[in-house]
Design a protein around this ligand. Structure first.
Ligand code: NAD
Length: 486
């Protein structure tokens, strides 16, 4: 089968290479986390398809790179317009494929996908410049040149949003792209290829290789014709990608996992603190930025815990297509096993499950109940490793210094949320927090012009605004002498 029809949307499930649909001999199943049914059979790529995609992107590069930012921008705006016209189809596909909420896809995620293309196209057209400056009468002229073929590898928790957040700046830079989407949620990438093609994106400028990481992803990272690798995923996979990239010294951007803290200081507005803590269950906890470690100052810990438990009991878990649902399923049975394995080991380590801690079997096999783990021993796995499910932990602390030490006490440094009623105290606290993004009295406010990335094991590099172009483009300085002109 080379197509699938999901919720009335027909998508071609073959690779997209050099402006053609290309099939592999084998396919793999895409299973919907909503009810465990197979919704598509997708081409299972390997080295041959990966090499063909890089070759197609390399062949398309000179013509795409030669266009001015305005010419590229005009095409990218048409791509964005076509995505905007198909938000409903993309939302349906993504929800059926990865189980995230349909209303979030319709109103938040897919409009943001459109912005990912428009914003970076506009940035390249209007803002990608640096004032010329003098060195002993010589003039320095800085430019951002296209670098070549960018390989983009993405995870399943927000597939199209995370892909276009890189496709946008890569294409706007003048690079051509090969995307390897996640095998657990591959469909929107294929649909995006179709929409971009219809909008006039030239053949070979954007390519999709479907398949498993070790089969389709690894050969992309080993190809010497690649100029950039952008990888979003887990720390163990990033280490494999980094080793492959090192062989050809290909620059990498890594956006990886987290174990972020939500720090609640004792002068916090309790209602706000509870709402921000509850938000950490969003997308069934499958959010890299989630502040899954609730760190609560002792003076308010009891009051917070009582209110939080009351509020958590009201969370409506169910079918992600239902407007009322607040938490849907987890992505895959293997992932459900991984998350429940963490919960079981936490219990074995001596922690207490305050609520949740099991699959909500009334809903099916993929729906892990929102869970809170308390009294976990210091240093135990549940307090230090990324679970990537609806599992929060709660710890308490006495002084701000202790809170800070706890907050910084993992190998990750992706994000942090701090809740406090005092601006100066909050500022003092954030000053020594190690994280790429910190929210104070808010969560998940993200601007495309802001730097985004992780500290420590949570990543290498920053993207967003100019930071994106600094990665995808070759930044060049040309020095003009004052003399020698005829
Ligand atoms: P993963 O590392 O298992 O897979 C990510 C991607 O890499 C997939 O497309 C996979 O097929 C591919 N891959 C696997 N092995 C590969 C190899 N050897 N060579 C090349 N590619 C390979 O991660 P996942 O389980 O899909 O995603 C969850 C992880 O992603 C979590 O750790 C989460 O925190 C992280 N994440 C980070 C961000 C961020 O912006 N920092 C955003 C979302 C998710």
């Amino acid at each position: 089968m080379s197509t699938a029809t999901v919720a009335g949307v027909t998508v071609d499930t073959r690779h997209w290479i050099g402006g053609q649909r290309v099939a592999s001999a084998e396919t793999f199943d895409s299973v919907s986390p909503i009810d465990g049914t197979v919704i598509a059979q997708v081409s299972r790529g390997g080295r041959a398809e990966a090499d063909a995609a890089v070759a197609a992107a390399k062949a398309a590069f000179p013509a795409w790179a030669k266009l001015s930012p305005q010419e590229r921008g005009a095409i990218l705006h048409k791509v964005a317009d076509n995505i905007e016209a198909h938000i409903e189809e993309l939302a349906q596909l993504e929800t059926h494929d990865n189980g995230s909420l349909l209303r979030s896809h319709r109103r938040g995620v897919m409009p943001r996908v459109v912005m990912n293309i428009r914003y970076f196209a506009d940035y390249a057209m209007n803002d990608l410049k640096h004032p010329e400056f003098e060195t002993r009468g010589h003039t320095n002229h800085v430019t951002w040149d296209p670098s070549g073929v960018a390989v983009i590898i993405t995870p399943w928790n927000a597939p199209l949003m995370l892909a276009t957040w890189r496709i946008g700046p890569a294409l706007a830079s003048g690079d051509t792209v090969v995307l390897k989407p996640p095998e657990w949620a591959p469909l929107t990438a294929s649909y995006f290829a179709q929409l971009a093609h219809e909008a006039g994106l030239p053949a070979g400028v954007f390519n999709v290789v479907q398949g498993f990481g070790v089969e389709a992803g690894a050969p992309l990272t080993e190809n010497p014709d690649v100029s950039r690798i952008c990888f979003t995923g887990s720390v163990p996979t990033a280490k494999v990608v980094a080793r492959a990239a090192a062989e050809n010294l290909i620059p990498c951007s890594f956006e990886l996992g987290g174990k972020s803290p939500t720090v609640i200081l004792d002068d916090a507005d309790l209602d706000l603190a509870v709402e921000l803590a509850i938000e950490q269950y969003d997308n069934a906890g499958q959010v890299c930025l989630a502040g899954t470690r609730l760190l609560v100052q002792k003076g308010i810990a009891e009051a917070f815990a009582a209110k939080f438990a009351e509020r958590a009991a009201q969370i409506k878990q169910g079918d992600p297509r239902d407007e009322e649902t607040q938490i849907g399923p987890n992505i895959h049975l293997k992932h459900v096993e991984r998350v429940t394995g963490f919960i079981d080991r936490a219990k074995a380590d001596g922690a207490t499950i305050a609520y949740g801690g099991e699959v909500n079997t009334a809903l099916g096999t993929h729906y892990i109940k929102p869970t809170l783990v308390i009294d976990a021993p210091v240093g135990s796995e549940i307090l230090t490793q990324e679970v990537f499910g609806p599992v929060l932990t709660m710890q308490t602390f006495d002084t701000d210094e202790e809170g800070l030490a706890l907050a910084n006490g993992t190998e990750f440094g992706l994000a942090a949320c701090v809740v406090s009623g005092n601006r100066e105290r909050a500022e003092a606290f954030t000053k020594f927090l190690v994280a790429g993004t910190i929210w104070v009295n808010c969560f998940f406010v993200r601007d495309l012009s802001a730097p985004f990335g992780g500290s420590k094991r949570s990543g290498i590099g920053r993207e967003g605004g100019l930071w994106s172009f600094d990665f995808y483009a070759d930044v060049k300085n040309t020095v003009f002498a004052p003399n020698g002109w005829k």
